[in-house]
Design a protein around this ligand. Structure first.
Ligand code: TXA
Ligand code: MG
Length: 352
């Protein structure tokens, strides 16, 4: 095993985990590497993660190095069993307990006051820790086989769209990590919902697969707030409740032109990009009227969420200069889609 450093190259292995036998073989191999302080590509239901032992500072440092991630952006800690939470925090409370009971395992990350065991490397100096229990069977097998919680950000080079299949992880991180476990395509396609809890208020710091509507239904006595930075860029000098809000995110090389308006207007606007090396990403319905190149998904927002990152990546692979795309309806998972698209487009929206 080569010693880690910026010049060290791995011969990255990709192993399939698609049958019960494959899953236990993959989890075993991954756990061996994780115990040695290595970093491993891990499938989850949201996006792929870049995992390392959350209690090993030098392993956690390797995550930041491999991704080129800013040091001030904390990591989410993944557990396979609710009991593992006890090592990470001493404080839960009724609202968090209700959230955990309703949504774990699943795409919800909850912020807790951190215990002494959690290193400041993971939390980027914060006294809180973000925890989630994924539902993907391969992620659960990897964590439980390792026997310790795994710190894992999305497995993409910092700034690029997140990765939703093993091939994307390979494209970004091949040579930088020893192993990618291939657990197929991610079923949600966007990162988890991140929430902070204060007394009876739940603040959504990043919208995701668990929607604001679902949070309200699960904890009817709580007030649900959406952090301002979900839809607006932070002002100069403004401090972020979640450090990830202030970094450039999800951007392909192509310029993302985000628009909003009636479908007919969107079609006309997209067709105005004829001859400009542009691709339109949209539902099959809207795409029917579009004459420039298209990447289509079915009409449901869930299907859009599943495709959005892979289509932004595809646009780059195909060498387009522009991606034209419309905002989603701002409800349900549409809020998460719009949050990612706004960042990919540098918060510029063309109103039609
Ligand atoms: O679905 C997901 O959450 C994926 C998979 C791999 O689990 N992970 C992921 O990690 O999206 P990452 O690092 O790309 O995003 C983590 C977000 C960042 O915006 C970060 O700032 C925020 O969570 N975060 C982490 N710890 C935090 C804390 N203690 N307080 C506030 N925000 C925190
Ligand atoms: Mg990320």
């Amino acid at each position: 095993m080569p010693k880690y450093g910026s010049n060290v190259r791995f011969d990255t292995q990709v192993i399939k985990a698609d049958t019960p036998e494959n899953i236990s073989r993959a989890a075993h191999l991954a756990a061996q590497l994780l115990r040695q302080g290595q970093v491993v590509g891990m499938p989850t239901e949201t996006v792929y993660g870049l995992a390392a032992n959350a209690f090993d500072d030098s392993a956690v440092e390797k995550i930041f190095l491999a991704k080129g991630r800013p040091q001030d952006n904390p990591l989410i800690v993944h557990i396979s069993d609710k009991d593992m939470l006890e090592e990470l925090t001493a404080e839960c409370g009724d609202v968090r307990r209700q959230l955990i009971d309703s949504f774990w395992p699943g795409p919800l990350t909850v912020i807790f006051p951190k215990s002494g065991r959690v290193s400041l490397k993971v939390t980027a100096g914060l006294d809180t820790v973000a925890v989630r229990m994924p539902v993907h069977p391969v992620a659960l097998a990897m964590i439980s086989e390792a026997g310790f919680p795994l710190a894992a950000p999305s497995a993409n080079l910092s700034g690029l769209p997140s990765t939703t299949c093993a091939q994307h992880v390979q494209n970004d991180l091949s040579g930088k990590i020893p192993l990618i476990v291939d657990g197929g395509e991610c079923s949600v396609g966007l990162e988890s919902t991140v929430v902070a809890v204060k007394e009876n208020t739940i603040t959504v710091l990043r919208p995701g697969g668990v929607t604001a509507e679902m949070l309200k239904k699960a904890v009817p006595w709580a007030e649900i707030k959406i952090a301002e930075a979900v839809f607006k860029p932070l002002k100069e000098g403004e401090s972020a409740p979640s450090p990830g809000m202030k970094h450039k995110h999800y951007s392909p090389k192509a310029k993302v032109i985000l628009c909003t308006g009636k479908p007919e207007k969107i079609v006309d606007f997209a067709n105005g990009y004829a001859g400009k090396n542009a691709v339109f990403i949209g539902s099959r319905e809207v795409c029917a009227g579009v004459t420039i190149d298209r990447l289509e998904y079915e009409a449901s927002p869930e299907d859009e969420a599943r495709h959005i990152f892979s289509y932004l990546r595809r646009a780059d692979e195909l060498g387009y200069a522009f991606v034209v795309i419309a905002e989603s309806e701002n409800a349900g998972i549409g809020m998460a889609i719009n949050n990612r698209l706004l960042r990919a487009a540098g918060f510029e929206v063309v109103e039609l």
